[in-house]
Ligand binder design. Structure first.
Ligand SMILES: [Zn+2]
Ligand SMILES: [Zn+2]
Length: 420
């Protein structure tokens, strides 16, 4: 296992006296404190070269740090080792009979994954393992064999949406542990698409926001397309004109805006050889939005497709091509659909905005953008049960670090086992 010392955690009783030593006497620089509300501590990081010291201050008498100080006095509390693959590290430790506090990694600060090793196994030291989140721009294009099909995740960069809106009725102290907001309250989201290669051709499911957003929207949504769909498709070895079918889960700008691009003669289909297979109800809603849905549908994302004569409409759930079928999942929009990909006895699902990130694996974690939340809830409750029981691989369109994974349930607690 390759491990780097990330930081050393020090429990302090009185921050003022601690600062008198670390900041004033040693002359080290202290970063702005970070409040970890769930653990009722405030963390002050002090960078020292490749690692850091972390001064931990209790914010309530029942916090673990307060109890630690009460029992043992202030001092060294834990060391944190940075590992590239935390699940691999835990498996290795388990195989050697090492006692762990966490069998499964849990979400830490800034999208990292963390797990504690029991101090009794580490000779009296509380050891934390940490796998830092990989920035979206570094995430590789990943290919997966799925029966007779090849699945490749590609991405159109990232954007940001209000964290509160993304998590609906979930209180902020709970969701912000899974998705820390920026100074404007927004959380980072991926815009992922999926390419399916089969003997019947190549299909792309969703295709990101594309390049048509104006400066105002680009700023509001914090769009970052420095590594976009063109780059990731090229990395995957898929040319634009190699796409035979473009299939949207729904027509929100962050999912299908990329289907139309600016071209010499005006707006044109990006995948010019492709048939665009679109549910008629969703099409009508996208072209005739009401006040509540107007923010997410952009006319110029879709209208040019019909003008170019590249759209095939359909009305009901159906098989699009062998192994690929769509199921209406009303709620987020009236005609939002999920895409089942079935081959070799295995099932994968592009769940799109029904389960936008790995944090949305609870029935009630439904975005405030959903037009019909009770319909979302009814579908989601049924779908997640099925996904867990039948072990569907779920593709998360918006999760910044997990492209696909299995939802596991143990003692009523759900987690995502990351696959890619
Ligand atoms: Zn949407
Ligand atoms: Zn979305």
């Amino acid at each position: 296992m390759k491990a780097i010392l990330d930081h050393v955690g020090i429990a302090v009783q009185d921050l003022g006296t601690a600062l008198a030593f670390y900041r004033d006497a040693l002359g080290l620089e202290i970063e702005a404190p970070e409040e970890v509300r769930a653990q009722r501590v405030r963390a002050h990081f002090i960078p020292v070269g490749q690692s850091a010291l972390e001064l931990l201050e209790a914010t309530a008498t029942d916090s673990a740090i307060a109890k630690y100080i009460e029992k043992r006095g202030p001092g060294l509390h834990h060391i944190t080792l940075r590992v590239p693959d935390i699940r691999g590290a835990l498996a290795q430790l388990k195989a050697r009979g090492v006692r762990l506090v966490d069998d499964e990694p849990r979400p830490g600060a800034e999208g990292s994954l963390v797990a504690f090793v029991h101090p009794s196994a580490a000779h009296g030291v509380l050891v934390e393992l940490k796998e830092p989140a990989r920035p979206l721009v570094e995430q590789p294009v990943t290919r997966l064999s799925w029966g007779h099909l090849q699945l490749t995740t590609v991405s159109d960069g990232s954007f940001r949406l209000d964290g509160g809106s993304m998590f609906g009725i979930v209180p902020r102290p709970i969701w912000e542990q899974k998705a820390p907001p920026d100074d404007r309250g927004r959380i980072v989201l991926a815009m992922r698409a999926l390419v399916i290669e089969a003997d019947w051709g190549r299909m792309i499911i969703d295709c990101g926001a594309g390049d048509k957003l104006d400066a105002k929207r680009t700023d509001i949504f914090g769009v970052d397309r420095t590594r976009n769909l063109d780059h990731t498709l090229a990395e995957a070895g898929v040319a634009r004109d190699a796409i035979d079918i473009a299939l949207p889960t729904h027509l929100h700008f962050d999912h299908f805006g990329g289907a139309v691009v600016r071209a010499a003669g005006g707006l044109a289909p990006r995948f010019h050889r492709a048939r665009h297979v679109i549910r008629r109800g969703e099409w009508n809603d996208a072209l005739h939005p009401h006040e509540r849905s107007r923010g997410s549908y952009i006319r110029e994302d879709v209208a040019p497709l019909e003008a170019a004569g590249v759209v095939d409409f359909f009305d009901d759930d159906r098989e699009i091509e062998p192994g690929v079928r769509v199921v209406r999942a009303c709620g987020h929009t009236a005609h939002h659909q999920v895409v089942f990909i079935e081959s070799g006895g295995k099932t994968a699902v592009c769940a799109a905005d029904v389960v936008p990130t790995a944090a949305h694996i609870q029935d009630l974690w439904i975005t405030a953008f959903d037009l019909f939340p009770m319909d979302s809830f009814a579908f989601k409750q049924r779908f997640l049960r099925e996904a867990i029981d039948r072990e569907y691989l779920i593709f998360f369109a918006h999760d910044p670090s997990i492209a696909a994974g299995y939802i596991r349930e143990k003692d009523g607690k759900r987690t995502v086992e990351k696959v890619i």
